[in-house]
Design a protein around this ligand. Structure first.
Ligand code: R1P
Ligand code: URA
Length: 287
């Protein structure tokens, strides 16, 4: 069955709607970063960059590193943007744009997030790296899809009970990471745990400037959550959607974050750019 023009939207030049990419423009290994200025910080390590494009916040560079073809794409901020990026990347890999039909042989992409994040545990140092063992959706995005196969009910129920989760909010979904990529990217300089993915930077991450929070104790309750030894390490805005959509579409993903804020101690990195550059080097050394 052919996918309608209103569902799979292609630009007049045949590229996919938001990313502005054609299938030949992406590699099977794709680094995703939030900040469009980070694309260049990654691709300047490549041996070659043979393709560059940008539309809105979605900037892509594709090239080679040690003979391996790699793309780096900026997602902008938030799971709403991740929904666009992962669905359009999957379409580029697995839908025939001529016939608008799903390909017989599907390609599994390796998607690697290089992000920044706030640490929740007091003992996770500023400027260190957290590898996400799980993504915790406290933003609701994944509820638009059929999540029975990817959710972890026992863990989610324990989180809901521990935090006395407000039932007016979307039910949290906890998605496991991908074993092979986890073992490739974790080391004795990384911490690992659950990455909570919020749908905002201020209230949704427990920050107070002028507005009071619905649940002022939520960050503390997340800090102290412990499910069979697994704790919530950090808060950011993309990982749960990357993990959830990657599982559902048959891709592999890993999320690596430089901890630039420590929410438990109230501290912020003195040099966040260096923390990000160190994470880029760490990641590229292991690809
Ligand atoms: O630095 P990036 O990758 O954008 O990640 C983090 O920074 C942004 C908020 O400042 C959010 O996107 C959050 O997830
Ligand atoms: O605290 C932080 C730091 C970076 N990004 C976030 O989403 N939160």
């Amino acid at each position: 069955m052919s996918i309608k023009a209103s569902e799979l939207i292609l630009n007049p030049d045949g590229s996919v709607y938001h990313l502005n990419l054609k299938p030949e423009h992406i590699a099977d290994t794709i680094i995703v970063v939030g900040d469009q200025n980070r694309v260049e910080l990654v691709s300047r390590h490549f041996d070659t960059v043979d393709f560059k494009i940008q539309k809105r916040e979605f900037k892509t560079h594709t090239g080679t590193l040690n003979s391996k073809r790699i793309s780096v794409i900026s997602t902008g901020i938030g799971t709403d943007n991740i929904d666009i990026v992962i669905n359009e990347l999957d379409a580029l890999a697995n839908i025939d744009f001529e016939t608008r039909t799903i390909k017989q042989h599907l390609t599994s992409l390796n998607i690697i997030r290089i992000g920044t994040s706030g640490g929740l545990q007091p003992n996770i140092p500023i400027d260190s790296i957290v590898v996400s063992e799980y993504g915790l959706d406290i933003n609701g995005l994944l509820h638009s899809y059929q999540t029975e196969t990817i959710s972890n009910l026992e863990m989610e129920d324990a989180f809901i009970a521990h935090t006395n989760w407000n039932s007016n909010k979307a039910r949290p979904i906890i998605v496991k990471g991908f074993k092979s990529l986890l073992s490739k990217f974790e080391s004795d300089v990384t911490s690992k745990g659950i990455t909570a993915t919020a749908n905002g930077f201020y209230g949704p991450q427990g920050r107070v400037l002028r507005l009071q929070l619905e649940d002022a104790a939520l960050n503390k309750k997340m800090d102290s959550f412990n499910f069979k030894g697994v704790k919530i390490t950090n808060l950011e805005m993309e990982t749960s959607a990357i993990y959830g959509l990657s599982h559902l579409l048959g891709h592999n993903a890993i999320s690596l974050n430089a901890i630039i804020a420590n929410r438990a101690n109230g501290t912020f990195s003195k040099n966040p750019r260096k923390a990000v550059e160190d994470l880029i080097t760490y990641t590229l050394d292991r690809i």
